[in-house]
Design a protein around this ligand. Structure first.
Ligand SMILES: Nc1ncnc2c1ncn2[C@@H]1O[C@H](COP(=O)(O)OP(=O)(O)OP(=O)(O)O)[C@@H](O)[C@H]1O
Length: 127
């Protein structure tokens, strides 16, 4: 920890973390997209009365996507701070972080198909 910073209280640390989430919401369109999609999925989950284990999987999946997106933002900020100019290594670091988000998003789609697919097919008379 730098000399410029006094050790924050637990409440201050919580507030700082909340500010980080707010920063993502305000500045990152991908993060806003994930929030919107998560809200939609949760509404559909309530409507379809998911089972307890399905809720657990869904919440873990949503959390992993949002957390990966937040880490991606942190990597972008840190890389821009360390290397404001063009540098293939800086680009690679951002690409790898973005790839992590993509992995969680692909898994989220797969989880959605497994959980919602049979129910929606049943509702549409396809099951
Ligand atoms: N300093 C750099 N040097 C070389 N390439 C870079 C650099 N910064 C970014 N890039 C390349 O440009 C891409 C986009 O970077 P940028 O910082 O604009 O993120 P972004 O696409 O705006 O992300 P998001 O939309 O999630 O905010 C990176 O994935 C990387 O390939």
């Amino acid at each position: 920890m730098g000399q410029y910073h006094k050790k924050p209280s637990n409440w201050e640390s919580f507030g700082d973390a909340f500010q980080g989430i707010l920063y993502n919401c305000k500045t990152q369109r991908h993060f806003r997209f994930h929030v919107f999609t998560a809200a939609l999925v949760l509404l559909i989950a309530v409507w379809l009365r998911l089972e307890r284990w399905e809720w657990v999987v869904l919440l873990l999946t949503i959390g992993s996507v949002m957390a990966a997106e937040a880490f991606n933002t942190a990597v972008e900020i840190a890389v821009d701070l360390a290397e404001p100019d063009f540098n293939p290594q800086a680009g690679l670091a951002k690409d790898v972080a973005a790839g992590a988000v993509l992995i969680t998003a692909i898994i989220a789609v797969a989880v959605g198909v497994v959980i919602f697919g049979p129910r929606l097919a049943g509702l549409l008379g396809l099951g």
